[in-house]
Ligand binder design. Structure first.
Ligand code: GLN
Length: 493
């Protein structure tokens, strides 16, 4: 029983429990032990719900022992990004302003994971309100990359990525507005899946930019990501933007994709995803991966997608504009922390917000408020929306010629902690390859595709048409089988 580890992958852990080689109780103890041992350094968890997780694991074991049916994630230890509500636990989204706020309800995704008998071990660290690329702006301190502790784990779902990469949990939920699931997955050698906008309910996700936010899994293989999306996705009456389309069988899609391989798949490679000056470690790593996919039978098609080059500019108007509206609710009255000793309500709002928000959040709120202000709205916000439409149409057109689009997930390997702290624009440019799918609402996934000469993970990004997660996962499973398997870090001993 001592051999099963949280990092072993869902299929292995389900089979080991069914065969009696391990139990949910053993797995949760292994996860808690690994967190106690490694997370002081990594800082991937902001809160560990040990008692609740043990109770949940005991329930699963009891049900199995009694021969009762168990859910599709029975006994699997998972982490939840701390901008998702989990009833009874604080949800702070990395911000001082939410100090003391306790989630009164479960988010839809958390409720669905519970119903699937997953074991929710704790809440993971992130950039404040999910705004960032390095998980460095959290009030709980920065997350470290398990591959190299001097480097960032990516962001904003850096805690989720570090926890999975270090084997502290089997998989974790993140949220992706402009790349926050895919980029940390790339930085930590994981699979990270951003579903189609509307595929997963946002109910109970602390909103950053509502027209972009999607919840998605970080996992160690394509199949695990598919298993989790299968549970969390699908229509939800609690979120009007959750699409009515039923979820197809995603596990079957992975298996069919793996069996069919890459022959017949047309893979579009936009030249804008390999701009001049791209870090050669990424250009080489992803270039070699694409060659390997070509040798395995995929047809590589060069694409020209000029509008995607304006994605970052459009995103950094649209996302802050929506954030400025969404974060107006944090005023010191209704949620979390309240400034003390104020004279009147105006001072209460002003001081609570000034004390509660960190500098990156304040920068975005100022940017967003400016972009929406009378006289500037047309010049900035509306032009950004037009650019978004161009990008969406350009990608739609491209999918008439190709089945999937491929390229790097990030413009460089994981950077050093603090390296980009003084340069917000350099950080924003980290999102250049992930933002197009976000603006267009398309499903996209990052897949580990090798390491740089110094041994840092490199991510290959795949994009599919809206609501074609089946195609995306099939292609990713086929690609995964042709690429060098990512090195697994030690995880729990
Ligand atoms: N890095 C991007 C940003 O800072 C994306 C964040 C996200 O997807 N939540 O906005």
């Amino acid at each position: 029983m001592a051999s099963a580890r949280p990092g072993d992958g869902i299929a292995t852990l389900l089979a080991a429990q069914e065969g009696g080689a391990t139990s949910a109780a053993h797995l949760v103890e292994a996860s808690l032990h690994a967190i106690a041992q490694h997370d002081g350094e990594l800082n991937s968890f902001v809160r560990v719900a040990a008692d609740a997780a043990r109770e949940q694991a005991a329930r699963v074991d009891r049900r199995r022992a009694q021969g009762e049916p168990v859910g599709p994630l029975a006994g699997i230890p998972l982490g939840i990004k701390d901008n998702l509500l989990q009833q009874g636990l604080p949800a702070q989204a990395g911000s001082r302003i939410l100090e003391g706020f306790v989630a009164p309800v479960d988010s839809t995704v958390v409720a669905r994971l519970r119903a699937a008998d997953a074991v929710l071990v704790g809440k993971t660290n992130l950039d404040e309100f999910a705004m960032g690329s390095g998980s460095e702006t959290s009030v709980h301190g920065p997350v470290r990359n398990p591959w190299d502790h001097r480097r960032v784990a990516g962001g904003s779902s850096g805690g989720s990525a570090a926890a999975v990469a270090a084997g502290l949990v089997t998989a974790a939920l993140g949220s992706d507005t402009g790349g926050s699931v895919r980029q940390p997955a790339a930085f930590c050698g994981l699979v990270g899946l951003k579903p189609t906008y509307g595929r997963v309910s946002r109910s109970g996700l602390i909103a950053f930019a509502s027209s972009l936010d999607q919840v998605g899994p970080l996992a160690s293989c394509v199949e695990d990501a598919a298993r989790i999306l299968q549970v969390i996705g699908g229509p939800d009456p609690a979120d009007a933007t959750a699409a009515p389309e039923p979820l197809p069988d995603l596990l079957a899609a992975c298996r069919q994709g793996r069996a069919a391989g890459l022959p017949g798949i047309r893979l579009g490679v936009p030249r804008q995803f390999f701009p001049p000056g791209l870090d050669p470690r990424i250009a080489d790593g992803v270039g070699q991966a694409l060659d390997a996919l070509g040798r395995a039978g995929a047809t590589l098609v060069e694409l020209d997608l000029p509008a995607t080059a304006h994605g970052v500019a459009a995103y950094y108007l649209i996302a802050p504009a929506e954030a400025a509206a969404n974060l107006a609710r944090f005023d010191g009255v209704r949620y979390g922390r309240r400034a003390a000793g104020v004279a009147d309500v105006a001072e209460l709002y002003g001081r609570s917000r000034a004390e509660g928000f960190g500098p990156e959040v304040i920068r975005r709120l100022l940017l967003g408020t400016f972009a929406l202000s009378a006289g500037y709205q047309e010049r900035y916000y509306l032009r950004a929306l037009q650019t978004r439409t161009l990008i969406r149409e350009e990608l739609q057109q491209a999918f008439r010629q190709v089945d999937l689009i491929a390229g790097p997930t990030t413009p460089g390997p994981p950077y050093l902690l603090g390296e980009l702290a003084a340069d917000p624009l350099a950080q924003y440019l980290q999102d250049c390859f992930t933002i197009p799918a976000s603006l267009a609402g398309l499903p996209a996934l990052s897949l580990p595709c090798g390491v740089t000469p110094e041994g840092l993970p490199v991510g290959l990004q795949l994009l599919a048409p809206a609501f074609q997660e089946q195609r995306l996962l099939a292609g990713a499973a086929a690609a995964e089988a042709c690429l060098p398997p990512p090195r697994r870090l030690g995880g729990p001993a």
